[in-house]
Design a binder for this molecule. Structure first.
Ligand code: 5CA
Ligand code: ZN
Length: 412
């Protein structure tokens, strides 16, 4: 599927760049991510296209945009893949409930998402792949798992295909959940622990046989459609190869989604799946997780319609560290509208202070587990000192403009 246009990117500034490290859910620590040279490979779980793009989604994609930009700043190429879950139960349920065609719903919402990402200056993924277009890869992966004895069909009216989690190596290593917790979370997040005919309650669906009124595609597995986890496993293996650097998404994907993706990937290839799993904390509104099912959404597109500068939205997102839960507030937006104005004034003003120390501090903050919050404070300090300076430091304003544009993605 086509992704969105890239923002124009300035050439990275010269100077030393700290290698990038990020918090890895599997090991529980901050670890180096990506190679020291060459190409970093990143997979970020994309939207299920209905009710796009709320601030939780935006926080996730801006966080991984920062990782992408940090690697580029360090002179590393990035091979970035994102999926679109353009056929799955929640999307089909919403289409039925609102009386619209599911294909149109997915297309319209994906268009809206692309517009929002463009407005937020998120660098597009190199590969932007829909579940529907990946069906051949999904089917091939299930056949590969079948040959190795990792999948089976349940014996009932709908002989759906399941992946045997209890045969999988390293199952549990992503989330570190025990079985009780796994069962609880599995039931909450799209799993079907009580499905009759499964060998184990935690086995996950990989191919759902056709039901009346549901979309389905012919395949050697029977007419049906892909399960959720296998979609991301297949797209990641196909576009990034066996082992890649980071799988990312919101913390709601730790279990079962990323646990299952890893288990399926390892079972198919015998190699590890992602080297690190990076998860973004949930964004809320009035103390509750912002989610489509709760309907408590602040949409990027609605704020844009109201005339809010997308760069101010981006600053709100960057002002929160990705491991800390937070709630969207109007006061936060106002503060960052003010911050944007102060920065713009400083880079187009007549006085400034030297930028070298600020550049170093911003690069170090971003490379240290994507601490954009600290990076913003360093720019605030430069802008304040520049407003009070009585001379104009040579090239400082251009340097800051380039740094803020290239590394933080904020056009001044
Ligand atoms: N299509 C799947 C991933 S394969 C999915 O989870 N889609 S989604 O539309 O529900 O979410 C898209 C991305 O936004 C996921 O990475 C998800 O973890 C993240 N996300 C969803 N809600 C929030 C939230 N409230 N805060 C932060 N991130 C969120
Ligand atoms: Zn995914």
């Amino acid at each position: 599927m086509k992704s969105w246009p890239s923002p124009s990117l300035p050439a990275p500034l010269s100077g030393t760049v700290t290698p990038v490290a990020a918090h890895d859910t599997a090991t529980g620590g901050v670890v180096p991510v990506g190679p020291s040279q060459g190409t970093a490979r990143l997979y970020v779980c994309g939207i299920t296209p209905y009710d796009a793009t709320h601030m939780g989604h935006a926080f996730t994609y801006v966080t991984f945009d920062l990782l992408n930009r940090a690697w580029r700043d360090a002179g590393i190429d990035v091979s970035y893949t994102q999926n679109i879950t353009d056929v799955d139960d929640p999307l089909l349920e919403r289409a039925t409930a609102t009386g619209v065609n599911w294909v149109e719903l997915a297309e319209n919402q994906t268009d809206l998402f692309r517009e929002d990402m463009t407005a937020l200056r998120v660098i597009p993924p190199k590969e932007y792949v829909g579940a529907v277009e990946a069906i051949p890869e999904v089917v091939a992966l299930i056949e590969r798992l079948a040959e190795a004895g990792y999948v089976y069909q349940v014996d009932d009216e709908y002989p759906d295909w399941y992946f045997t989690t209890n045969q999988a190596r390293e199952f549990g290593d992503v989330s570190s959940y025990d079985r009780t917790k796994m069962l609880e979370v599995f039931a909450e997040r799209g799993g079907d622990p009580d499905r009759t005919g499964k060998r184990d309650a935690l086995d996950c669906l990989v191919w759902r046989m056709e039901r009346e009124g549901e979309p389905a595609w012919d395949s050697p597995l029977g007419r049906g459609r892909p399960g959720w986890h296998i979609e991301c496993t297949a797209i990641a293996l196909d576009t990034l190869g066996e082992t890649f650097d980071v799988q990312g998404g919101g913390s709601d994907l730790i279990f079962p989604h990323h646990e299952m993706c890893a288990a399926e990937g390892i079972a198919a290839t015998g190699e590890s799946f992602a080297r690190a799993y990076v998860h973004v904390a949930m964004v809320g509104l009035d103390g509750e997780k912002m989610s489509k099912s709760k309907g408590n959404l602040v949409l990027v597109s609605r704020l844009r319609e109201q005339g809010v500068d997308p760069m101010a939205i981006r600053l709100v997102l960057l002002s929160h560290h990705h491991l800390t839960e937070w709630s969207w507030t109007a006061a936060d937006l106002d503060a960052n509208i003010g911050r944007l104005a102060a920065w713009r004034k400083a880079v187009s003003g007549e006085t400034s202070v030297d930028a070298a120390e600020t550049v170093r501090a911003v690069r170090e903050a971003v490379a240290d587990d994507l601490h954009a919050d600290r990076a913003l404070e360093a720019i605030d300090a430069w802008a304040l000192a520049s407003a009070e300076a009585d001379a104009d430091a040579d090239g400082a304003r251009d340097t800051i403009r380039t740094l803020v544009d290239g590394l933080l993605g904020v056009a001044l």
